[in-house]
Design a protein around this ligand. Sequence first.
Ligand code: NA7
Length: 541
Amino acid sequence: MAVTQSASQAEQLDVLIVGAGFAGLYQLERLRSLGFSVRVHEAAPALGGVWYWNCYPGARTDSNGPIYQYSREDLWRDWDYDELYPSWAAVRDYFTHVDDKLELSKDIEFGRRVRAAEFDCAENLWTVDSDGGPAVRARYVVLCTGFGSSPLYPRIDGLDEFSGECHHTARWPQEGLDLTGKRVGVIGTGASGVQVIQELAPIASHLTVFQRTPNMALPMRQRKLDDCAKRRLKQEYPERLAARASTFAGFDLDFLPSSAHESSEDERERTFEDLWAKGGFHPWLGTFHDVLGDERANDAMYRFWRSKVHRRVEDPRVAELLAPKTPPHPFGVKRPSLEQNYYEMFNRDNVQLVDLKATPIQHAYHSGLRTTAGTHELDAIVLATGFDANTGGLTAIDIRSTTGESLEQRWSAGVDAALGVATAGFPNMVFVYGPQSPAAFCNGPTCAEIQGEEIVKLLTHARDSGAGRFEARADADKAWTEELNAIFDASLFTRADSWYLGANVPGKPRQMLNYPGGVPAYFQRWADVVQSGYTSAFTFA
Ligand code: NA7
């Protein structure tokens, strides 16, 4: 038995939501307003989801502020971020603003990490066990654990023996950590690594960056927003927020109709320059429509990106490690990060770049790390090594199917999840930002709202139909996987070992875990399912 407490003693709800980030709060407010009895269990002591845990120096969004919030006018009208790309602290303040407006906390229990869930087939109820309180029973469970909530720790022999500070970026001390004047090592150069390196390089006595794969980072074009800029920006909110549903990745920008390899070299360079000047994700998600699909177009973008990096890094040997002549993988098929002065950090005397492909880490010892090339004496190690993304937050919970199989076992050979929202054998359970949904290919708040709203309608339909349970159809699960694979196999995404595919986790099956057909296509598939009365993807009994 996964669940410990006797079911008869447990409180009964219509819906238990797991997680109090963007997705969970959207579900809470909407379902509550539709008359469901709802409770949220949140592991952290506060709101915010990833923005509670990721409080490392420099943590901020890679989405611009106007679209990094809910689209309700009563929420955005009197809310402003002070920077175009808000920091973790500003996003936390935003959650407080939302809570003040919508009185969400009264239905949230904090400090309640969900450990196990078991379905009672006779009663059609889930019994859910969480830390810090009694089990609850719920008709429906909505998992809003986020696609990046299960930190991935590197397997480094002897790391336990390291006597200095050692923290994963996603488990950074909430009280902060002063690394001024320290010798710091950062392992990983994904979004978190890039951000933390920019902050620590100027204050550390020495910073060693351990890079396995270079990040094809793009200019953020961060700026502070004064009152005048905020007023101007606010006039654009309705348009920017409305654009999200119709763009490939749920942003306020989209691919150009023109093709890179059909453009003349001059036109192509001009466009690349223009997108570069705009910054943010423009060079990635606002570029020629064929850059992410056509090898020649992609190569042209890679060369452009590389030349930009080389101009900023003084030592040609270091520049070559950061932006090699032979691309490690096609441009943009691993997530590019947004940077402010990342490349300039490598011109500092106190910053050293270590190429882990050439000289891997052998082991840690009490005062540092040893690679095959020698030792690095360190006072602190920052593990910016990412997540067991897409599935880790879900499989960390011991969720049992109607036959007693755990979700982890069910997906051990690969995920099958109809619409990326539910899976056969786990009735009355859905996940937001789930594996095989647009998740990591979609701006977070966009997905929380648009996919969230489809989930709200599905639960309302299930309740109003009088069915005791609904469940993803096994054939719909399989068909969905085949649909994803077909898009994926024809793309350049196959050519990188990215966390989009689970390839960053040793032993994890390699498969595309994010719907790669774009937000509009995804919601067209939802519309098809709704049109069938939901029965093309779900059974109701
Ligand atoms: P990412 O993007 O997964 O980056 C993790 C980085 O850590 C990446 O550079 C990895 O190299 C590196 N890594 C991971 N494991 C190891 C080991 N064992 N040794 C050395 N280097 C390692 O995570 P982030 O937290 O930066 O970003 C996560 C996303 O969450 C972000 O993009 C947002 O969408 C939200 P690799 O590239 O695998 O060779």
